[in-house]
Design a protein around this ligand. Structure first.
Ligand SMILES: [Zn+2]
Length: 426
């Protein structure tokens, strides 16, 4: 297969090129004008690498009514995401042992429309299992410093975090909110009451806790779903010092501000919460400055029933694996951020985070996971047209710019009927 395109997003920027694919890999990248007979010209579309979303909660087995591999990966492919790494919690069992990983892999087998890898979980009772689980192929370990929302995935104390980081030489992903600072959410329909219960200080303190543990142990850590811009200078200093830390934020923190969340709109509930407009601007600056490395979805669905109620009782999580690219692009356009920067944050860096050196880039030898994207398309989000299992989304009715027109997995168009995704191991 050969694709010609006037706008190919390459590691060093965007240019006209022709991309030749053989055996699922990128074979050569030549000038746009190269002659050839079987070429497919993409016209005004942009050819970019498939996105790598390292923060997806699939929930199967055990809570498959929330989300399963077939629906999550169909949604991913439709949204231009060609690799997901599944989070270890909200499925039953959680992925905290080798048998639990086997259960996950068995549940996923034959159902995946994109490539799927797995994070392991570090919980107080699983620390001895971490080396074997790492050996079995998980890409690293997620842990919480605060209640996770499900009883089978308890948080680590700071001492347990040190133990975990010293037990295995692996990447640790940290949900950084401080349990002493977060207060119970009041049973209120007002969004600002919920936000006030999880102030920026809670994130700053937990980020410091995680950084201190990384300093003491020399381990590599990654801060998940950063919402509070107040933590950015703390992270920047740690990076300057040489602490091995990276950080991500999510589309909802870059697209929404606290001021625009209507009262009672629990579809917007997530932890940490969406903050104010100045905070949102500062997160964009954090990406620009390289303090934030990645933008990934934190796709965390549940049933429509569990998303009802008030901000205390509703499940916290936003399902957006299909929407991340157009959501971030819509916001980026108004800030004059070029598309190739998004590709760095949403494809290349997440791939690097997981050590997937053949993903997230259009480069000779890389997997031909590709997306044809129409950056100028304009459309309105209809929840019923999304592929994830439960059609609840805070993006309902929003006008977005940019649409995925085709997705290729290792050179083969993703059809939606014939699952070709592999299960990846570290
Ligand atoms: Zn999550």
């Amino acid at each position: 297969m050969r694709l010609r395109c006037r706008r190919v997003v390459l590691p060093d920027g965007e240019r006209a090129a022709s991309v030749e694919v053989h055996d699922g890999r990128i074979w050569s990248i030549g000038p746009y004008g190269d002659p050839g007979s079987d070429e497919d010209d993409l016209g005004d579309l942009v050819l970019m690498p498939g996105l790598v979303d390292t923060h997806v909660h699939v929930n199967e087995p055990g809570r498959t009514e929330w989300e399963g591999f077939a629906t999550a990966t169909r949604a991913a492919a439709a949204g231009g995401v060609t690799t997901i790494i599944d989070m270890p919690l909200n499925s039953l069992p959680p992925t905290v042992s080798v048998p639990a990983l086997s259960a996950k892999r068995a549940a996923a087998a034959g159902q995946c429309h994109v490539e799927v890898g797995f994070w392991g979980g570090a919980v107080p009772g699983s620390l001895r299992d971490l080396p074997a689980l790492h050996e079995a192929g998980v890409f690293g370990f997620k842990c919480f410093l605060i209640d996770s929302g499900v009883p089978e995935f308890p948080p680590l104390s700071p001492a347990e975090l040190d133990t975990a980081l010293s037990t295995v030489d692996a990447l640790f992903l940290v949900h950084a909110e401080d349990p002493q600072t977060v207060r119970p959410a009041p049973p209120s329909p007002r969004y600002r009451d919920f936000v006030a219960s999880r102030p920026p200080k809670a994130e700053v303190r937990a980020v410091r806790t995680a950084l201190d543990a990384a300093r003491r142990t020399g381990a590599r850590i990654h801060i998940l779903h950063l919402s509070a811009a107040e933590a950015l200078p703390v992270l920047a200093r740690a990076k300057d010092e040489g602490v091995r830390v990276t950080a991500e934020t999510c589309p909802h923190y870059l697209a929404f501000s606290e001021e625009e969340v209507p009262d009672g709109a629990t579809s917007f509930k997530c932890c940490p919460p969406i903050r104010d407009e100045a905070n949102r601007d500062a997160l964009w600056q954090g990406l620009h400055d390289g303090v934030l490395d990645c933008v990934v979805s934190d796709h965390s669905p549940c049933t429509a029933e569990l998303k009802r109620g008030d901000f205390a009782s509703a499940w916290g999580g936003i399902a957006s694996v299909q929407l991340g690219l157009p959501v971030v692009w819509t916001a980026a356009r108004t800030r004059s951020v070029p598309l190739h920067r998004l590709v760095t944050w949403m494809a290349r860096r997440p791939a690097e985070l997981a050590g997937l050196v053949h993903k997230g880039r259009i480069e000779v030898g890389a997997d031909a996971d590709l997306v044809a994207f129409d950056p100028d398309a304009q459309w309105v989000v209809d929840p019923a047209a999304l592929h994830h299992r439960n059609p609840v989304t805070p993006y309902a009715g929003r006008t977005l710019r940019g649409a995925v027109r085709s997705t290729w997995l290792r050179g083969v168009p993703v059809s939606g009927s014939d699952p070709q995704g592999r299960l990846l191991s570290r």
